[in-house]
Design a protein around this ligand. Structure first.
Ligand SMILES: Cc1cc2nc3c(=O)[nH]c(=O)nc-3n(C[C@H](O)[C@H](O)[C@H](O)COP(=O)(O)OP(=O)(O)OC[C@H]3O[C@@H](n4cnc5c(N)ncnc54)[C@H](O)[C@@H]3O)c2cc1C
Ligand code: HEM
Length: 386
């Protein structure tokens, strides 16, 4: 909990720090990578640094955390922390690295706010940082302890690659050594580390797209100019070894027997397809409404799998939106206003941010509480502050 001494200081300086946090985090990353260039080799995404998305996600999370401490003293923003901790754990972030981040973040804060910063302000923001860091460290320790092994990277052999719609490929993996395999929940992701032609290692996350448990199957869309998807699509074939992490991610099916709406767009169908597969495998009695939006039938990466799994579930229905519609499909962008939503439904969402924002807003308008809306973001969550 934030101390009574720091609370008014944070309240008074939050607007100023909030207005400068974008510049502060950009300077922080410059300082961090100048002192530790090794962090760009196999840890931070070079592309997210170039695009500024990681700076935005870090800034958003700090502002959201400080705002939460002011508005809800005594509680922590569990959802924000959990999402970051799962991402961190999928990258193997260690407790001692929090001191390194603190050093460079506070050097950036001190430089940016040099005219106004006092020891009192620095102390209050240091308290906020460590409240957040300690909460993350605690969740990350729990996540590491729950794994079947204590390794960060494990070799898995590509058993097969199969085309999955326009510009997408499914990679089916099998263990390449004796490391115990952590069972994955449907909806979770793994990190995949590849070496690029210039020698640098880069890591990206890929959702499991079919069976979870001890299987590892993921489906990637080729991202034009993207570093890792290009390396996977052009440089990896059956028999090759990939370095992958244990499974992480908190967008997993919550227990219950209420109706489910599973909504996705484009390659965002991957975690949804894995959740759908688990429902089909367990012969669920739940009412399932699967909503998917695509450019065209051909570009739908997991079309055969998802349609077959919908068929296997007694009370499941599929509705499809295509930009160029065909008989039996809807036209244009998905809208929940065109759908008869089951009462008391929970919603699982994955797709581009504008898609998720629209569907989430429509779901809230339709009476689905925010606590029953779960979404996965395929990149740094620049939404965290919302
Ligand atoms: C939890 C999680 C699960 C994921 N699951 C999957 C999955 O199942 N399948 C899958 O294919 N991908 C998935 N991703 C995305 C994946 O991790 C990579 O981000 C993606 O493959 C692109 O990586 P890359 O190295 O090819 O591109 P990068 O070299 O990272 O380049 C991508 C660049 O393009 C920019 N960019 C990305 N999208 C757009 C856009 N629409 N418009 C403009 N610029 C854009 C980004 O800012 C970034 O700088 C997931 C991501 C996360 C975080
Ligand atoms: C209190 C301290 C920290 C905060 C608030 C924080 C916050 C965040 C946030 C918000 C994200 C984006 C999550 C998402 O994908 O949505 C992230 C990702 C990440 N964090 Fe942290 N973090 C902290 C400490 C650290 C530390 C100590 C390290 C280790 C050096 C680290 C390394 C990373 C990396 C590598 C990513 C993924 C970046 C990418 O792929 O571009 N973080 N963090």
């Amino acid at each position: 909990m934030l101390s009574e001494k720091s609370r008014p200081v944070i309240e008074a300086t939050l607007p100023l720090v909030g207005s400068r946090i974008g510049e502060i985090t950009a300077d922080f990353y410059k300082r961090l990578f100048a002192a530790h260039p090794e962090l760009l080799d196999g840890l931070f995404s070079r592309s997210n640094q170039r695009s500024g998305e990681q700076q935005q996600a870090l800034a958003g999370s700090i502002a959201a955390f400080a705002t939460h401490l002011i508005n809800n003293p005594g509680t922590l923003p569990e959802a924000v922390l959990s999402r970051i901790a799962h991402k961190h754990a999928s990258l193997g972030i260690r407790e001692e690295q929090y001191g390194v981040v603190y050093e460079h973040l506070f050097a950036a804060i001190a430089a940016d706010l040099a005219d106004v910063i006092s020891p009192e302000i620095a102390e209050a923001w240091t308290e906020v940082y460590w409240l957040m860091a300690d909460a993350l460290i605690k969740i990350e320790k729990g996540l590491y302890a729950a794994q079947a092994n204590n390794r960060m990277w494990m070799p898995w052999r590509v058993a097969a690659t199969t085309p999955a719609g326009t510009d997408a490929l499914t990679f089916i993996l099998e263990p390449a050594d004796e490391t115990p395999v952590t069972p994955a929940f449907a909806g979770q992701y793994i990190s995949v580390k590849v070496q690029l032609p210039d020698g640098l290692h880069q890591v990206r996350q890929y959702s499991l797209s079919a069976d979870a448990g001890t299987s590892r199957t993921f489906t990637t869309k080729l991202n034009d100019g993207g570093e890792v998807s290009t390396a996977l699509h052009n440089g990896v074939e059956a028999g090759d070894i990939l370095q992958i992490s244990n499974p992480y991610g908190e967008i997993t099916l919550k227990e219950g027997d209420g109706p489910l709406v599973l909504a996705s767009a484009g390659i965002g169908c991957t975690p949804i397809a894995s959740i759908l597969r688990s429902l089909a495998d367990t012969a669920t009695g739940r009412q399932i409404l699967v909503l998917h939006a695509e450019n065209s039938m051909e570009s739908w990466a997991l079309r055969d799998q998802m349609t077959a799994d919908v068929e296997r579930i007694d009370d499941a229905e599929l509705q499809l939106w295509l930009e160029a519609p065909q008989p039996g499909t809807k036209e244009g962008f998905m809208s929940l206003r065109e759908v008869d939503l089951p009462a008391d439904a929970s919603l699982y969402l994955c797709g581009p941010l504008p898609f998720m924002k629209k569907i989430r807003d429509e779901a809230i308008d339709a009476g689905i509480p925010a606590t029953r809306i779960h979404y996965e973001v395929f990149g740094p969550d620049v939404w965290l502050a919302n």
